[in-house]
Design a protein around this ligand. Sequence first.
Ligand SMILES: Nc1ncnc2c1ncn2[C@@H]1O[C@H](COP(=O)(O)OP(=O)(O)OP(=O)(O)O)[C@@H](O)[C@H]1O
Length: 276
Amino acid sequence: MHRHDASDCVPKLELRAVRQRYRGSRGETLALDRMDLAVAPGESVAVLGPSGCGKSTSLLAACGLQRPTEGEVLVDGAPLAGPRLETALILQDFGLMPWKTVEQNAALGLQVRRMPKKERMSRAHDALRQVGLDEFAKAYPSELSGGMRQRLAMARALACDIDLLLMDEPLSALDALLREEMQNMLKRCWREEGYAQVLVTHSIEEAVFLGQRIVVMTPRPGRVAKVVDNAEMVADDWRDTPLFFERCRLLRDLLRAEAQAGPAEKPAAQEGASHA
Ligand SMILES: Nc1ncnc2c1ncn2[C@@H]1O[C@H](COP(=O)(O)OP(=O)(O)OP(=O)(O)O)[C@@H](O)[C@H]1O
């Protein structure tokens, strides 16, 4: 059901020739150079690339928190002027407020939207139920395990009726088994809710488990090097199929080749059938 081709509809998110230059204490850094990416409504895209290639920078541009030096960011075909209510960003540290309870944290996005308290709490509780945290509504984040904090960050996004979820290595602090469990939850929520999502990760397995398309970036300055079609990821037993392991191997080879080639000046190449 979640099969979309970015070419046959207006993308939910589009980065067009995005260039990002930073001026820092160590001089100027070109983080992104002509980064192009289109994500269809309801599509799940995973982004892999070497450290420092501009993955987080792409997400900051996509959520409207940082205006690119050059290029365009479009949502539903219109230029993005700043953060929008229907986009959620989940970071590695989850951005939880330690002085607020679980239910208050889950309702935070709705509070920002000025929703009346009763409705806000009811929606927050629905979202907490969805991620299996309803019994902890009155607890504080410090009383939660890493996996539970992750689920709380997810509940906060789900409560807001989002159509675009951006995630920057949201599972990297978790141990291997918990990480798999959380990957299952991310896939279940995405399938149930139908939002588009972009997942930045260092884990090849995670990208292959969660991305319908997998974008491989060049080393800095980052841009799209390859796009791998991974539509089979919707299969229920995907993680245990031979094709899953084959895809992981293909991506490992692509990442190695990119690292050896260095920053690419060539146009983005295509693996598989879909389009960047
Ligand atoms: N605010 C900033 N000021 C100066 N330089 C920055 C800033 N933010 C990022 N950079 C630089 O831009 C480059 C890209 O950073 P970014 O965090 O987007 O990469 P990344 O691919 O997400 O890295 P990682 O995989 O290690 O998290 C890096 O060289 C980084 O040092």
